[in-house]
Structure formats: structure tokens, C-alpha cells
Design a protein around this ligand. Structure first.
Ligand code: ADP
Ligand code: MG
Length: 373
């Protein structure tokens, strides 16, 4: 690989963004995007996801910091000179043009030869499974098909990076799932970098090589879907990604934690002695059993059948509520036990940032602690 191919394709170097009306959106955001991977920016509405895409695309400029593309600062470079294309939330197709002309538009502006345009548009439409739809009007296309036209229109320019701003949010659930498979497959075939924006955590987990979890203009955590799901670093991430039981506790010493009035073995370390912490246990990591066999004794408060599993809500004596996903049914009002492994317990420091988290692990023992955490 050439040097250019090894370095990050995009880097945000300490970017802050304040809009003209004074709205502060991003606060000292840094990250690196590697070539050829599927990235997702995940966070609640208003957290700054679209702003990040607009900064990459060149539709707005940072107030502080640099946008770096293949090692070069590109602040001020106009949008059309960046090797980036965007698929917008509302697709922004031209309603008066047919499918072919929508996809061809950018190439016509660039004054490509007619025969080259023909070949390129056909290839792009083939990529999104729309061969044969060239002459259709946009108004005669379904939501999913419009989505594909928007993608074809973006990839026809051969961008190095494709930005997708909540492209599936307008589709119904079934179509959305189908399009998720298609997008993932398309990214593999094209081999270019995708930066996908969503507020839907399941979508992010299903699609991404890497996820950036954002809240209020700050990256809370970045990592693979499995990292982020299994090892959320703070309450926001644990709560936003999947369902969690989060209860207060005390880290007595490495490998020993106290919560719900009992002491448990765990695999976490790197805390102060008797530090107050938050404990996360995922509902699917709790198993229902008899009171005697349980690590925790609880009373069943309510139960819902969710198709794949029962969702059972229980209370312990210490005032914590525990949500359990179980294929076995419980009985409301019964006293039962909850069983879980030491590995199911995940200990978090209060409001820890990703930087603090990394620093703590490094201080504790570097890579070894990181791997065990
Ligand atoms: N052009 C703008 N001028 C002023 N405020 C803006 C502008 N665009 C977005 N905002 C504000 O910036 C914040 C982040 O917006 P945005 O990046 O669109 O978030 P998201 O895509 O995560 O929903 C919101 O509070 C939004 O109202
Ligand atoms: Mg947005």
C-alpha cells in the first residue's frame, strides 16, 4: 500500500463548531476514519451528526480545528472539489427528471461524453439493482427504490467517501431491514468508506465496522459494535445502546464489587479501593432460577411476552429494578433468583469520558488490562 493509502482517509483534528446564531454544536471533536470501512455516527436527534457530515462534505466550515483528508487540511476547499458524496435524509432527487437523468446529473454538469455517461449510469444502476428502471419517473418509484436512485446518484461520481444521513429513516421496518443488508453489501462491493448516520442503535450495531456514539457534540465512545455493546464506558452509552440494568455499587477491590446489598466476583479492575461505581448487566445475561440458586433474590413485578423472549421486570430488596430477557416464563408476584456470571457484570466509573477511560487502562497496565476489561 502507498503511504497515502495507509493514513486515515479523514481526520477531525480538535474540531469545534458554533453556528452563526451562537448554537454550539461540536466541542473539541477528534477522530480518524480509515479507508474502506463502514462507520456509523450514532446519537440522539440534535447531537451534531448532520453537522459532522456537513463539515466533511464542505457544506459548512469548522469554527476551530481542522478537517484533514488524506493528510491534507481541507478547510475552505469547496464541496464540489472534495472526493465525497452525500445521500441526504430526504434523498433530494429531482422530481421532474427520470431515474437515468437523476443519476446522470452530476456527470452532465461535469460535461462528460454522452457514451461515457451512458455506461457509468448503467453501471451505477446495476450496483443498486435498478437495471431496467432508467426511464421511470421518480414519482413512480417506491420509497426503497428512490433510496437506491439517491445512492446511485452519489456513487456515479466515484467518491472515496460516501456520507449517508439517516437514509433509511423514512422506510417501513421490513424495507429498512432489507436496505440494511443491501447497504452493507454495497459497501463491501464498492470498497469505499461509508459514514452512515443514524439515531437507531440496532441499525448501527448491525451495519458498522466502527461506531462513534455521540451526545451533545462530544464523542462518548468509539469502537466496534461488540466493544460498545459489551463494554459501554458510561451511563449514556450503556443506556443508549441496547437495554441495560444500571445500578449503583462499590468497587471493593480489583475483581470484587458490591451492589444490591451483596458482594460479587467480577472481572473489572483499575478502580480506587471502595470507589462508588455504576454496574451494568444486560437483560439477556440474567437467568431466572429459584431463590436458593440465584446470586440475587428478587420479586417478579411484571412480565411481557415479546415473541422471542419474555421481558420480566423484578425488584430486589435494595430498591433496584432488574429487567430480564428470558425464554422461560416467570409468575408475577413470585420470589425468584437471578443467576449471572462474573463476566456479565460490567463496572463503570461515573461519567467517565473515553479519554479518561483509555488513560486509566493505560495507567493500570496498558494492553493487558485493555484486553481483560
Ligand atoms: N444552520 C444551523 N444554524 C443554527 N443551528 C443549527 C444549524 N444546523 C443545525 N443546528 C443546530 O445544531 C444542533 C445539531 O444539529 P445536527 O447536526 O443537525 O444534529 P443531528 O443531525 O444529530 O440531529 C441542533 O441543536 C440544531 O438545531
Ligand atoms: Mg441530522
Amino acid at each position: 500500500m502507498s503511504q497515502q493509502e495507509q493514513q486515515p482517509i479523514i481526520r477531525f483534528d480538535r474540531i469545534s463548531k458554533k453556528y452563526d446564531d451562537g448554537t454550539k454544536v461540536l466541542n473539541d471533536v477528534s477522530f480518524s476514519i480509515e479507508r474502506g470501512k463502514f462507520y456509523t455516527l450514532l446519537g440522539p436527534s440534535g447531537c451534531g451528526k448532520t453537522t459532522i457530515l456537513r463539515l466533511i462534505a464542505g457544506f459548512t466550515e469548522p469554527s476551530q480545528g481542522n478537517v484533514v483528508f488524506q493528510g491534507k487540511v481541507i478547510n475552505g476547499v469547496p464541496a464540489h472539489e472534495r472526493k465525497v458524496n452525500t445521500v441526504f435524509q430526504d434523498y433530494a432527487l429531482f422530481p421532474h427528471l427520470n431515474v437515468f437523468e437523476n443519476v446522470a446529473f452530476g456527470l452532465r454538469v461535469k460535461k462528460w461524453k454522452k457514451s461515457d455517461i451512458d455506461a457509468k449510469v448503467k453501471e451505477a444502476l446495476r450496483f443498486v439493482n435498478l437495471s431496467g428502471y432508467e426511464n421511470r419517473e421518480i414519482s413512480d418509484m417506491s420509497g426503497g427504490q428512490r433510496q437506491r436512485v439517491a445512492i446511485a446518484r452519489a456513487i456515479v461520481n466515484e467518491p472515496e467517501v460516501l456520507l449517508l444521513d439517516e437514509p433509511l429513516s423514512a422506510l417501513d421496518l421490513k424495507l429498512r431491514t432489507e436496505m440494511q443488508y443491501e447497504l452493507r453489501e454495497l459497501q463491501r462491493r464498492l470498497g469505499i468508506t461509508f459514514i452512515f448516520v443514524t439515531h437507531d442503535q440496532e441499525e448501527a450495531l448491525a451495519l458498522s465496522d466502527e461506531i462513534f456514539v455521540l451526545n451533545q457534540g462530544v464523542i462518548q465512545q468509539s469502537g466496534t459494535p461488540v466493544d460498545i455493546y459489551d463494554e459501554p464506558i458510561n451511563r449514556f452509552v450503556a443506556d443508549f445502546i441496547g437495554e441495560s440494568n444500571i445500578v449503583p455499587g462499590t468497587m471493593i477491590e480489583d475483581g470484587l464489587v458490591r451492589f444490591a446489598g451483596k458482594t460479587f466476583e467480577c472481572v473489572d479492575h483499575g478502580f480506587l479501593p471502595n470507589e462508588s461505581v455504576e454496574i451494568v448487566i444486560r437483560p439477556e445475561d440474567l437467568e431466572i432460577t429459584t431463590s436458593e440458586l440465584g446470586n440475587l433474590q428478587v420479586k417478579v413485578d411484571s412480565q411481557l411476552f415479546r415473541g422471542v423472549h419474555y421481558e420480566i421486570s423484578c425488584n430486589d430488596n435494595a430498591g433496584n429494578e432488574w429487567l430480564v430477557h428470558s425464554t422461560r416464563k416467570a409468575t408475577v408476584g413470585d420470589n425468584i433468583g437471578l443467576r449471572f456470571d462474573p463476566e456479565a457484570i460490567h463496572v463503570m466509573r461515573f461519567n467517565e469520558t473515553e479519554e479518561d477511560f483509555d488513560r486509566r487502562l493505560e495507567a493500570y497496565g496498558g494492553a493487558e488490562a485493555g484486553a481483560a476489561q
